[in-house]
Ligand binder design. Sequence first.
Ligand SMILES: Cc1cc2nc3c(=O)[nH]c(=O)nc-3n(C[C@H](O)[C@H](O)[C@H](O)COP(=O)(O)O)c2cc1C
Length: 244
Amino acid sequence: MSRSENIGDIYHSETKYYRDRTSGGRLIFPDISVFYKTYPNAEFVELPEPDLPQVKSIWDVIRNRRSIRQYSQDSISMNDLAILLWAIQGITAQRGDYSFRTSPSAGALYPIETYIMVKRVEGLDQGIYHYDIYKHRLDVIKKGDFGTELAHSALDQDMVDKSALTFVWTAVLARTKWKYRERAYRYIYMDAGHICQNAYLAGEALGLGCCAIGAFFDDEVNSVIGIDGKSEISVYLCAIGKKR
Ligand SMILES: Cc1cc2nc3c(=O)[nH]c(=O)nc-3n(C[C@H](O)[C@H](O)[C@H](O)COP(=O)(O)O)c2cc1C
């Protein structure tokens, strides 16, 4: 078997922790500004403060959550979008330099950024946006209908083009790698999983259908949202729309 055929096994084995060996060593804490991305020169759209509705119990939400791949043609509201963004990455506590969020993150390093391909959100032009977590607003990356292109990049999964919006979660690798070295990749994918589950649960509570998407052509998705695919990589997508 060639090295590339069992690269996953090698990775897993080489990044194990042992009692006498962890990924640590001398750690150099990076400038805190690397913990979130901003687009200072971009046009931006303010989001409403999330107005959280009374919903069924969390037990029902957990029980009823399903992956939904077909959506109505109705738009979702800005409040729904604001709630989804708050649920996946909202800041809920401040302790020193650390802003803790709704989703857990290894070492509180928060490597995941959220981009949104908007098709049908009331009051928002179609386009690609980036969520500015600290200012709770959207940076405009580019305007236009990118549904077909993003669906094509996700192995032609039509739900992307039919969704009201599709989240693209990327990872800024350095945020987690400075501390956990190569083991960081494990944690980055776990972080993305937590975020997506929060999207599923918030979506279910709001009557929206969601579907996680792990099948996509990496470089094509990177290109649609405009990231370099080296220091920042696409890791996970999630299509969302009103249930039919
Ligand atoms: C990591 C991951 C990747 C996934 N990728 C896709 C995908 O590319 N396309 C898709 O239709 N569903 C995808 N799914 C959804 C699963 O198919 C779905 O969770 C599974 O069938 C269980 O159904 P449920 O979510 O309704 O309980 C993915 C789920 C996970 C957790």
